[in-house]
Design a protein around this ligand. Structure first.
Ligand SMILES: [Zn+2]
Length: 64
């Protein structure tokens, strides 16, 4: 048997450019950004993505 199933490569962090920047003075962004950093520290990348989506989407809704 010569099958290798190791997945021990370095964890790729999302590129900063792909992450929405929290809007200054926005309470929602502030909370989401804090959640995002906590999730990232825990390795919970799906939560990180969720926070990114929310940071982006709640401003798009307001813009209508
Ligand atoms: Zn916001």
């Amino acid at each position: 048997m010569d099958v290798k199933t190791t997945m021990t490569g370095p964890v790729d962090l999302p590129l900063p450019l792909l992450e929405p920047v929290p809007v200054a003075g926005c309470d929602v962004c502030e909370v989401l950004a804090r959640d995002r950093e906590t999730a990232r520290r825990c390795g919970d990348l799906s939560k990180v993505t969720d926070c990114n989506v929310e940071i982006r989407s709640h401003h798009q809704e307001v813009a209508s």
